[in-house]
Design a protein around this ligand. Structure first.
Ligand SMILES: NC(=O)C1=CN([C@@H]2O[C@H](COP(=O)(O)OP(=O)(O)OC[C@H]3O[C@@H](n4cnc5c(N)ncnc54)[C@H](O)[C@@H]3O)[C@@H](O)[C@H]2O)C=CC1
Ligand SMILES: O=C(O)[C@@H]1CCC=N1
Length: 270
């Protein structure tokens, strides 16, 4: 029998994972049950996706073999307290929150639970997520494999030590926001040169997509790929010079570091 995948919270991230799971065929609508606070949003999700929806979190918890807790970190504790006595004995809890450790989840459930801690990102919506994941000792090998398979249907998955999850927050969890800012800025540059805005987004986003694929598929060092674009005395070296002068690399490095630092701080506070 197919596993029931439950979601408490279907906001940006929960909805992206649900859509990814359905689009890729990993799960069928009948195998997904989800709750959230906003009834109108819940009705819309049900009519668009065909999944089962309810405003009752404990109902989701009691049905789920795999239970995603996809609410903001500040409501994690109260959600766990609400559902802790309702979960199935062998349920796998999937924690996707920034700054919530496996230890925090185990402690809040007040009993042994199977925990997968994952850090996904919103490109999961289009099957291009990047997911860092780790597990607690309670998780059997086959259960770990199932969770990796589940996330693989919505992106690329790497199993990492829990100590690396703060770095994952910075490099792939939060970084799409920075990448969208870069796409916006690149498009602004093209608009300034007369290109219509929508067309500029297409050119900028496809350039980013293609460059990312070059790194992933050729295995060539990013520095060498950059050098291949720079003709001597040409246009690109002018762009590279300006980017260096205006601190592009240090700005992005600092932005990633700031997200990592916030994740560390949130983990300490929980
Ligand atoms: N947005 C992102 O790019 C990423 C978010 N995350 C993590 O995912 C989690 C969710 O983030 P978002 O989806 O961005 O937040 P969001 O605010 O878009 O969604 C939160 C969801 O929780 C629901 N909710 C709130 N209180 C509830 C309650 N008492 N009972 C049932 N549902 C309730 C809301 O109705 C909403 O559907 C966070 O813990 C965040 O750290 C992880 C990776 C990336
Ligand atoms: O901003 C946040 O806290 C979440 C975690 C990673 C991406 N969004």
């Amino acid at each position: 029998m197919d596993k029931v995948i439950g979601f408490i919270g279907t906001g940006n991230m929960g909805a992206a994972i649900i859509k990814g799971l359905l689009d890729t065929g990993f799960a069928s609508p009948g195998n997904i049950v989800a709750s959230r606070r906003n009834q109108l949003a819940l009705d819309k999700l049900k009519s668009e996706s065909g999944i089962q929806t309810t405003s009752n979190n404990t109902l989701v918890a009691s049905k789920a073999d795999i239970l995603f807790i996809a609410v903001k970190p500040n409501v994690y504790e109260s959600i766990i307290e609400e559902v802790r006595t309702f979960i199935k004995a062998d349920a796998v809890i999937v924690n996707i929150a920034a700054g919530k450790s496996i230890h925090f989840i185990e402690d809040t459930f007040q009993k042994p639970v199977k925990v997968a801690r994952a850090m996904p990102n919103t490109p999961a919506l289009v099957g291009e997520g990047m997911i860092g994941i780790c597990f607690n000792e309670e998780m059997e090998k086959t259960e770990r494999e199932y969770i990796v398979e589940l996330f693989s249907s919505i992106g690329k998955v790497e199993v990492v030590a829990e100590s690396l999850l703060d770095a994952v927050v910075g490099v792939s969890g939060s970084s799409p926001a920075i990448l969208y800012m870069i796409i916006e800025a690149m498009a602004d540059g093209a608009v300034k040169s007369g290109m219509p805005r929508q067309q500029a987004y297409t050119f900028a986003a496809q350039a980013m997509l293609g460059s990312a694929k070059m790194v992933l598929e050729t295995g060539i060092h990013p520095g060498e790929l950059k050098d291949q674009v720079c003709s001597p005395g040409g246009t690109t070296i002018e762009a590279v010079t300006k980017a260096e002068e205006t601190g592009l690399r240090s700005s992005i490095l600092a932005a990633v570091e700031a997200a990592v630092a916030k994740s560390v701080e949130m983990t300490k506070e929980s």
